[in-house]
Design a protein around this ligand. Structure first.
Ligand code: 5GP
Length: 238
């Protein structure tokens, strides 16, 4: 497969066309950013760890009946994926209250949410990813009723699969963000699932093992990602 020109450069990944119009290459860079790109840094090994981590999670989801865009890992920092028609929407599930939920609603940090809560956000850095609802999505034509329903159902299904996977590794899946796209008439999971886009706390100590370590300047960011990978059994190169 030939890598062609860049389609899009995000804050931590670059996306390339290939000689197959239905496939793209994701390049996981070492860049990390927070607060809509206000805080940025380069972290050794991060691109590689996230590429292997994402490949592992996407495979687990596929094994459990969730269609994802992931096809295969082709180098330490690259994967081939199906080219989806992405919806500009972020789907967030929260099992424990923290982050923007606490800032917005004034609820106690660390509160268990039973049942978990679901939120849609518009993917738009300039507007700081504002929260939106089903009506906004329909009125602005970002997705139709069936697609909205599918995104909710799939995001909750992912929660069941991954909460168990992480809990078996001694980790709490606190919250996470998913993005979906259209492919051959189906709603398919796109983007990535890595510690950059979810919160993971150690079950015993509640120590943060995700990008909050970078956001909050706690250090040991990639070390924490590698510890999570190790606990899950993700095989990383030396
Ligand atoms: P919050 O709304 O509390 O900032 O984020 C909720 C969850 O979604 C967190 O796990 C966070 O990492 C993830 N999330 C929300 N928006 C983004 C985003 O724009 N980029 C990334 N990487 N993760 C996000």
């Amino acid at each position: 497969m030939k890598k062609k020109q860049e389609l899009y450069a995000g804050k931590a990944k670059s996306v390339y066309y290939t000689d197959d119009p239905n496939k793209l290459i994701l390049f996981f860079r070492n860049d990390t950013s927070a607060f809509d790109g206000e805080k940025v840094d380069q972290l050794d090994r991060k691109g590689m760890v996230n590429n292997y981590f994402n490949n592992f999670i996407m495979q687990k989801l596929e094994e459990n009946g969730i269609e994802t865009h992931q096809i295969e890992l082709i180098s330490d920092q690259e994967s081939v994926v199906k080219k989806l028609d992405m919806m500009p929407i972020e789907c967030v599930i929260r099992n424990i209250a923290t982050g923007s939920l606490c800032r917005r609603l004034g609820v106690e940090d660390g509160l268990d949410l039973n049942p978990p809560t679901f939120e849609f956000f518009l993917k738009n850095d300039e507007l700081h990813d504002p929260m939106i609802n089903d009506y906004h999505i329909r009125s602005f034509g970002w997705a139709n009723d069936a697609e909205i329903e599918a995104m909710k159902i799939l995001t909750f299904k992912v929660n069941d699969i991954l909460s168990k996977l992480f809990s078996d590794a001694g980790l709490l899946l606190v919250d996470y963000k998913l993005e979906f796209g259209r492919f051959n008439g189906n709603i398919v999971l796109g983007d990535e699932f890595t510690p950059d886009g979810c919160r993971l706390w150690d079950m015993e100590t509640r120590q943060k093992m995700d990008k909050d370590r970078f956001r909050q300047g706690l250090g040991g960011v990639v070390e924490a990602y590698e510890e999570v990978a190790l606990r899950l059994g993700v095989k990383l190169p030396e």
